[in-house]
Write a protein that binds this ligand. Structure first.
Ligand code: IPM
Ligand code: MN
Length: 356
């Protein structure tokens, strides 16, 4: 049941984050207005600039405040003057972990009018979603060095997989396949031939959970083969479930076949808590402040957020508007190639979103 009034945290973040978030907020406000929904936006100044200014990444109390919100909309994290990893781990991953957003949901959908690099593939062929485990695996930071900076150095990076973490993610995938109501198929993406402990747990859990969903087809493929088929036969997929690292990799491939980072969005989901929605491309420092970046990915993240909040009609408005602009106005989704500026795209989508 939708509640019609929401408090949403906005973290514009670094680089082009603020530019694309501005357009997403514009579009969401337009759609919300039409549906008599009120959104109160609460801005959080977090990211590279704040870190360089004050040394703070995620100050005390922020996570507790975020837990009181209905959802979070995030722009981008990553600053050219901050060494790689500091902000990504200290902010983005920290939020995912602390808010226990255990699923990273990444739709790979090609809209009519959008170019895909896959010859002979069309919107009917590219329509699936990746359910990436988002709190465990290689991302948990377990491991360490031995004899660092000596010729005998050892570096260990461990993949942590818990029965509970794997099972809740796989259950989410099956529920999602049911709800999606398309091919009703879940494919486990693993590497059981080499990662004989981690993916043994995944596979056993997958097979057990699958028994609870007799109407959903359960399938398995190794991650390398998945990469091949995402290019050769993307029409085979409906829901792909996988671990954190594989999910990270295959969703960049997914973003490319759906038209690029200009349109790829994702949600960090905690079904029992606060979820966070983001465009999946980075902060694109080279385009910062140029009004050239494509805001559609951020707008699509906002669309997913509305859907998650149960605001189906408002979400539908945004989705229809995005489909309209890509069908009619912009052919190339790349930054600087749209034939429109960032704010013009936002204006146009907002305009389409209020039409009936
Ligand atoms: C993503 C990003 C992050 C990840 C980075 C920035 C830590 O690549 O959201 O896919 O690896 O999860
Ligand atoms: Mn990634």
């Amino acid at each position: 049941m939708s509640k019609k009034s929401y408090k949403i945290a906005v973290i514009p973040g670094d680089g082009t984050g603020p530019e694309v978030i501005r357009e997403a907020v514009k579009v969401l406000n337009a759609a919300a207005d039409k549906e008599e929904i009120t959104i109160e936006w609460v801005n959080y100044d977090l990211g590279g600039d704040r870190y360089l200014r004050t040394g703070e990444i995620l100050p005390d109390g922020v996570v507790d405040e975020l837990k009181q919100m209905d959802a979070i909309l995030l722009g981008a994290i990553g600053h050219p003057d901050v060494p790689p990893g500091i902000l990504e781990r200290g902010l983005l991953l920290e939020l995912r972990f602390q808010l226990d957003q255990y699923v990273n949901l990444r739709p790979v959908v090609l809209y009519p009018g959008v170019d895909t690099p896959l010859k002979d593939k069309s919107p009917e062929d590219i329509d699936f979603v990746v359910v990436r485990e988002n709190t465990e695996g290689l991302y948990c930071g377990a491991g360490g060095f031995l004899r660092k900076n000596t010729p005998y150095e050892v570096a260990v990076q461990e993949s942590v997989n818990t029965r509970m973490g794997v099972e809740r993610c796989i259950r989410f995938a099956f529920e999602y396949a049911k709800k999606r109501n398309k091919k009703k198929k879940v494919t486990l993406c693993g590497k059981t031939n080499v990662l004989v402990y981690a993916f043994d747990l995944w596979e056993r859990t997958f097979n057990e959970v699958a028994k609870d969903y007799p109407d959903v087809e359960a399938d398995y493929a190794h991650v390398d083969a998945i990469c091949m088929w995402m290019v050769k036969n993307p029409e085979w997929f409906d829901v792909i479930v996988t671990d954190n690292m594989f999910g990270d990799i295959i969703t960049d491939l997914g973003a490319m076949i759906q038209g690029g980072m200009g349109i790829a969005a994702g949600g960090n989901i905690n079904p029992e808590g606060v979820s966070m929605f983001e465009p999946i491309g980075g902060s694109a420092p080279k385009y910062t402040g140029k009004n050239m970046i494509n805001p559609l990915a951020a707008i699509c993240a906002g669309q997913m957020m509305l859907e998650h909040l149960g605001e189906e009609s408002a979400a539908d408005r945004v989705l229809r508007a995005v489909k309209k602009i890509v069908a009619r106005d912009i052919k190339n989704l790349g930054a600087g190639k749209m034939g429109m500026t960032t704010s013009e795209v936002g204006d146009r989508v907002a305009e389409y979103a209020v039409q009936d």
